[in-house]
Ligand binder design. Structure first.
Ligand code: CUA
Length: 336
């Protein structure tokens, strides 16, 4: 007898399959598509609901009829040969017309929603946000507010947002399930999403188009806030961060004379354009496009070994000592 009897193996395979599948069924997860927080997401969920109920009803009808027929008309010993039917006009018409009607019921709202959510017209009073997908982080620019940030998009609740998607390097896809469907970020093309967030809260997003080694590490957060909180956030972004002192001041000196300045902007210190703008880095909750909480220990580890922590990261190893990394982390975390 084998050490793993057949029955046990079947159970193990079934469990190994069901556990991750069931885990994917969490209704209110941070990236659930059935917990809408914008008009865009609600429209899509409406179509999804129609298709789900229509197919559930059809499935139920078919399986009940099938069960009944299997039992009622099963072969019995000595049963006579049943009536042999060849062609039946009514049935032929019925099973052509009914599926056509079902497809119509699904197609009409689907096409309506596609047209409504693909509209390229920007509403005149919307808040414009430029989203740029970089390997492997997100840049967010608010041209009307003169604010630039990365990986954490703040939006006011109840206001129409015009998201203009641009790709400076390769194709990415912007996807924040609570706020609606994914849309590609393509170099040389201007794609647009128009939506109105209708529920304050923190919504998780993820690049949804394979874009290289750290595609899976290209997350983001969208923080939808009441208007007053959003205005306060904008005011903080537009103000200069406090001048550092002590360890943070040492960190600033190390930053200013290292390779960091070639890629990152910190107002008044550097003007690099290839990496995230760090002027208010300490005000963000997560680090490295949603990979870890933005704590001094995590930032120190990141600036010491970005290549090990995020495969393929464009940020080079700077050769900092532990002390230098701690000082730079203290400086960056202080940039509120
Ligand atoms: Cu960017 Cu995948």
């Amino acid at each position: 007898m084998s050490p793993v009897p057949g029955g046990t193996l079947v159970v193990r395979v079934a469990l190994a399959t069901l556990v991750p599948l069931a885990g994917g069924c969490a209704w209110g997860g941070p990236m659930s598509t059935v917990v809408p927080a914008s008009d865009f997401a609600r429209s899509i969920l409406g179509v999804y609901a129609i298709i789900t109920w229509a197919t559930a009803l059809i499935g139920l009808t078919v399986f009940v009829a099938l069960g009944y027929i299997l039992v009622r008309y099963r072969a019995r010993p000595d049963a006579p040969l049943p009536a042999q039917i060849r062609g039946h006009t009514f049935l032929e018409l019925a099973w052509t017309i009914v599926p056509a009607l079902v497809l119509l019921v699904i197609a009409i709202p689907t096409i309506q929603i596609i047209f409504r959510t693909q509209s390229q017209a920007a509403p005149p009073r919307g808040l414009a946000v430029q989203v740029r997908g970089w390997q492997w982080w997100w840049e967010f620019r608010y041209p009307d507010l003169d604010v630039v940030t990365a990986n954490e998009l703040h939006l006011p609740v109840g206001r129409t947002i015009v998201i203009n998607l641009e790709g400076p390097d390769v194709i990415h896809s912007f996807w924040v399930p609570h706020l609606g469907g994914k849309r590609d970020v393509v170099p040389g093309r201007h794609n647009r999403i128009v939506l109105t967030p209708d529920r304050p809260g923190e919504h998780w997003g993820q690049c949804a188009e394979f874009c290289g080694a750290s595609h899976a590490n290209m997350g983001m957060r969208v923080i939808v806030q009441p208007a007053a909180e959003f205005d306060a956030w904008v005011a903080r972004q537009r103000a200069a961060p406090a001048e550092p002192s002590g360890l943070a001041a040492e960190g600033k000196a190390i930053f200013a004379k290292s390779a960091c300045v070639g890629c990152h902007t910190i107002e008044g210190v550097s003007a690099g354009m290839l990496g995230p703008n760090l002027t208010h880095f300490g005000g963000r909750t997560m680090l490295a496009a949603g990979m870890w909480p933005n704590t001094p220990a995590n930032v120190a580890a990141w600036v010491r070994e970005p290549q090990r922590l995020k495969p393929g990261a464009k940020m080079p190893e700077l050769g900092l000592t532990d002390e230098q990394a701690n000082a730079v982390a203290a400086y960056l975390i202080g940039l509120k």
